[in-house]
Design a protein around this ligand. Structure first.
Ligand code: C2O
Ligand code: CU
Ligand code: CU
Length: 409
């Protein structure tokens, strides 16, 4: 595909294809700046499995504000498997893309973006849910099954999604591929940048609301809360705000969509023994005096804040690697890697949750947690142009929680 990106926003920007496997020069990261008034025309082939991807600016120190003010959208990739599978795929009828975001507004209706320390530390959060840019939207369903492609496109909030009557649904895809088989559940947790596809069954004349639920359970974030850190309680209170994202209004007669297939695709597990290297990444937040000593950058990976002129990792083209990502901070961070799609090997040594066994490009790592992911770095080598890895809480990314890697032939 070739894209013509015309920058009409009056300030330098970039546009990144989140989750797409493309040459580094066309990745739209912080180095591919489009000056105001200019057009950037990247060109690449699609070499990956069917999935739901998205695009957004990636401007150094300015991504949070530009995304907040509206620049984000979806890209859907289809392949032989998605064509073959008998499932809802009628765009806008029973295959519905949903960009889920939260925003704050000024009295005049303009977006309100605040750069105070609290918004940097916690990430910028809003009090109004927006779905595909719409406030209190509804969808008139005409089929008895709906496929929803969910993107957490927020700057900083984690969403624990379900339906208001707690009905179960099937998760069928992660960020970058289908799951091997549908996974029946009543919740899907998405950190900023993550996607999931779900299929929900509807009954005639019975409206149902896609909404957020509070986080529960004994997992990392709740564990931190119990340890009683004021900041965590604060943050969770905030993340537990209820958002109704979409009311679905099924009509009085519904045409029938395909039955849920028992199996979706073959997804060979990448084997840890095929990895030639393990790299470790430690995400940290510095507060108070420690931050001043760190040169004023509150966020770091492996003790370093993002530096445009420093390449942090050099990877050999064709290698399979394990990345061991540790969160040494009191907040969860969604860790995103450009260029590749990975599989999760384990979380603190435990096998991944059934809903995260497809290919992914972003994984939420809870406080004190270590997540191991595995990926093959193939097709594109470029010693001069780096790809990024970073926390997808955009204010963390903008304030240093990002690093760069190159893939070398
Ligand atoms: Cu969605 Cu580096 O970004
Ligand atoms: Cu990306
Ligand atoms: Cu973060």
């Amino acid at each position: 595909m070739r894209l013509n990106v015309h920058n009409t926003i009056g300030e330098p920007a970039t546009l990144h294809w989140h989750g797409l496997h493309v040459p580094a020069l066309f990745d739209g990261g912080p180095h591919q700046v489009i000056e105001p008034g200019k057009i950037w025309s990247p060109e690449f082939s699609i070499k990956q499995m069917a999935g739901t991807f998205w695009y957004h600016p990636h401007t150094l120190h300015n991504t949070g504000q530009q995304v907040w003010k509206g620049i984000a959208g979806l890209m859907l990739v289809e392949d032989e498997d998605s064509d073959r599978l008998d499932m809802p795929k009628d765009y806008g009828i029973d295959d519905i893309p949903l960009v889920l975001q939260d925003r704050l507004f000024n009295r005049d209706g303009s977006f309100r973006y605040i750069e105070a320390m609290h918004n940097v530390m916690m990430g910028m959060k809003g009090d109004v849910p927006l779905t595909n840019g719409t406030i209190t939207p509804y969808f008139k369903a005409t089929t008895n099954r709906l496929r929803l492609r969910l993107l957490n496109g927020s700057n900083a909030r984690l969403f624990n999604l379900g339906f208001d009557d707690d009905r179960s649904f099937y998760q069928i895809a992660t960020d970058g591929s289908f799951l091997e088989a549908p996974y029946q559940t009543n919740r899907v947790r998405l950190g900023p940048g993550e996607r999931a596809e779900i299929i929900v069954e509807l009954s005639r004349n019975e409206p149902v609301v896609l909404r957020t639920y509070p986080f529960t359970g004994s997992g990392g974030i709740m564990g931190m809360m119990r340890r009683g850190m004021g900041m965590m309680r604060n943050m969770m209170g905030d993340d537990n705000r209820r958002f109704d994202f979409l009311q679905i209004r099924p009509s009085a007669s519904l045409s029938s969509s395909p039955e849920m297939p028992a199996r979706l695709i073959n997804l060979p597990r990448l084997d840890a023994s095929t990895a030639v290297k393990t790299r470790r990444f430690v995400m940290e937040m510095l507060m108070g005096p420690a931050m001043m000593m760190g040169g004023g950058n509150p966020f770091s990976i492996n003790g370093r804040a993002m530096e445009m002129n420093r390449i942090d990792e050099i990877i050999k083209l064709g290698d399979t690697e394990i990345w061991e990502i540790h969160n040494a901070s009191p907040l969860p961070h969604p860790f995103h890697i450009h260029d590749i799609q990975f599989q999760i090997l384990d979380r603190n040594g435990e096998p991944p949750h059934p809903g995260e066994r497809g290919f992914k490009d972003t994984v939420t790592v809870d406080p004190d947690e270590t997540v191991r992911v595995i990926a093959k770095f193939e097709d594109y080598a470029d010693p001069d142009n780096p790809y990024m890895y970073h926390c997808h809480i955009l204010e963390h990314e903008d304030n240093g929680m990002m690093g760069q890697f190159v893939v070398k032939a």
